[in-house]
Design a protein around this ligand. Structure first.
Ligand SMILES: [Fe+2]
Length: 246
């Protein structure tokens, strides 16, 4: 190995992490199934910081049968957490949006345009893991007509979409962005979810990466995924938009 090769080799090793922005997590304390206390939130956020993240867009659930959150509740909690982070001298950019569950309440919010978005009008949504909403195509259309860009959270987790790739391809054709959960690659959910996640990467269908961290132990899994070669592979094969949000 000559000098230049050595330099290139070592600089490659010191290359900063590719992923600087996270767009999916449950870090606001006590309002969904994520962080339970402020202490836990702060520990989790410190872990992200140590992994090289510069900006976190946290996304509490709005899921009317379980978490009756509103834009106001989320934004108030965000301000509260920002103050707590300042008190603990944790410097990181943090914003909030929501992970909207497709239900009747969401339809009402959409009609009123009472939606928390991130970046340029991206709207993060999820649905039942086992059953497709019967009017999914219409909902996607309504989201787009209202001026939002639909981002499907963890497409790999929807069991009803696992037979073949037609459903995924159709959604992409409708203009839906896909946000993969990094921890799916570590097998956090199931072997099958892991397999579909890899397939989405190989088919170059991934637009955003998310941590979807709910508790501290999941940041450990995330760290392992970020340190794996898979992350580089994702960036090679897909146009990942996270860092455009810095
Ligand atoms: Fe989530």
């Amino acid at each position: 190995m000559n000098f230049l090769q050595k330099l290139f080799h070592s600089s490659k090793k010191r290359e900063p992490r590719n992923l600087k922005v996270d767009i999916h997590s449950h870090l606001l304390p006590g309002i969904d199934d994520g962080a339970k206390t402020t202490y836990e939130s702060i520990k989790m956020i410190k872990a992200y910081k140590n992994m090289g993240y510069q900006k976190l867009i946290t996304t509490p659930h709005i899921m009317w049968h379980r978490y009756k959150n509103s834009s106001e509740i989320i934004m108030e909690k965000l301000e509260y957490l920002k103050d707590a982070l300042a008190d603990h001298e944790v410097e990181i950019e943090i914003e909030a949006a929501s992970e909207y569950y497709l239900d009747e309440h969401f339809a009402k919010l959409l009609a009123k345009k009472e939606i928390l978005t991130f970046g340029e009008n991206y709207l993060l949504f999820e649905m039942s893991y086992t059953r497709a909403p019967k009017d999914l195509r219409e909902i996607v259309f309504d989201i787009e007509m209202a001026g939002y860009k639909p981002v499907l959270a963890h497409p790999e987790r929807y069991i009803f979409m696992h037979d073949g790739f037609d459903e995924y391809e159709e959604l992409k054709e409708l203009g839906v962005y896909f946000q993969l959960n990094l921890n799916s690659l570590a097998g956090q959910y199931s072997k099958n979810v892991q397999k579909i996640a890899l397939e989405l990467i190989n088919r170059r269908m991934v637009d955003f990466l998310g941590s979807d961290v709910h508790k501290l132990s999941q940041t450990e899994t995330l760290k392992k995924v970020l340190e794996s070669d898979t992350l580089q592979d994702i960036f090679k094969k897909n146009r990942i938009l996270n860092n455009t949000l810095l």
